[in-house]
Design a protein around this ligand. Structure first.
Ligand code: NAP
Length: 265
């Protein structure tokens, strides 16, 4: 299978790494040679601009920043080029906007997150109306090495961006704070990190395996007049839930703004 990727930055390079391990033939486009070099050394074909895109690609990923996407689509629409599937990672760029610039029937919009780098990401997926069951199966198989795929209506994509697209950044901030808290209590960085990472992984797995509401599991570790309830009370007094919900709300608003800005370019 021949897969093209335009934009070999943070996300495009992870997609390229994963698909190359999965045995796909890659054609990568980026205006920076240093981003292409290591892939070229491993046998990928590369180019600095889209005029060199070959016509034999099965799939083309678009992984550029939202502000570059519209211009890129116009350029793509004006070159003699064909492909079976387009998969866009671009925040805020609608399937209908891709379709209006560049008439490829099979268009898929995805919102991956950074743990796709180790095959443990979650990828929000919205399929264009014209994808058949077989098309979806093809796309799902291609994306499977990235982690879990979750089909979402396109109108909810800004919510997915806020929750899981940006989510790892929020988790990293929380982990950093917890590790610092451990260090303040005298634990080394290494021990503190190990305790937190295992606590995160174990809690996530327990939630997934038990299929219970988080409040129910939280109650299991909260004994009357014990230590945990002290911490919970402190979190509630300082409004942790409100802070987290507001952070997701603000991220969501920005994702919606980016979507609107796309229309104005
Ligand atoms: N990072 C994440 O965690 C994440 C998660 C989900 C979705 N996304 C979305 O995925 C998209 C890519 O994000 P990113 O963080 O990977 O961006 P990035 O690191 O900026 O990568 C994009 C690359 O494409 C290049 N480029 C842009 N237009 C080009 C053109 N016409 N021809 C050739 N090269 C071009 C850019 O060059 P310049 O640097 O010169 O512009 C850059 O090297 C964004 O829309 C983002 O919202 C990102």
């Amino acid at each position: 299978m021949f897969v093209g990727i335009i934009g070999v930055g943070n996300i495009g390079s992870i997609i390229a790494d994963t698909l190359s391990v999965d045995g796909k033939n890659l054609f990568l486009v980026d205006r920076h040679e240093y981003k292409l070099q290591r892939f070229a050394e491993k046998g990928a074909q590369t180019a600095f601009d889209i005029s060199q895109l070959p016509n034999y690609l099965d799939v083309l990923f678009i992984a550029v920043k939202p502000q570059d996407a519209r211009k890129l689509l116009k350029e793509l629409g004006s070159v003699d080029f064909n492909v079976k599937y387009i998969i866009s990672t671009v925040t805020g760029l609608k399937i209908s906007e891709i379709d209006s610039c560049f008439h490829i029937p099979q268009i898929v919009r995805i919102m991956p997150n950074i743990p796709i780098a180790i095959g443990k990401g979650v990828v929000g997926v919205a399929y264009g109306d014209s994808l058949s069951g077989n098309d979806k199966k093809f796309v799902n198989e291609l994306l499977a090495p990235f982690g879990k795929l979750v089909e979402v209506k396109e109108k909810l994509f800004s919510a997915v961006t806020a929750l899981s697209g940006s989510g790892p950044a929020f988790i990293f901030v929380i982990v950093e704070a917890l590790v610092d808290a451990g260090m303040k209590l005298g634990l080394s960085y290494e021990v503190s990190m190990e305790l937190i990472l295992q606590t995160l992984k174990g809690s996530a797995e327990l939630l997934e395996n038990e299929q219970k509401h988080p409040g129910e599991l939280r109650h299991l570790v909260t004994s009357p007049a014990g230590t945990t309830i002290e911490g919970i009370y402190s979190l509630e007094q300082r409004g942790l839930r409100g802070i987290l919900m507001q952070a997701i709300q603000d991220t969501y608003r920005r994702a919606c703004e980016l979507s609107d800005e796309q229309k104005e370019v």
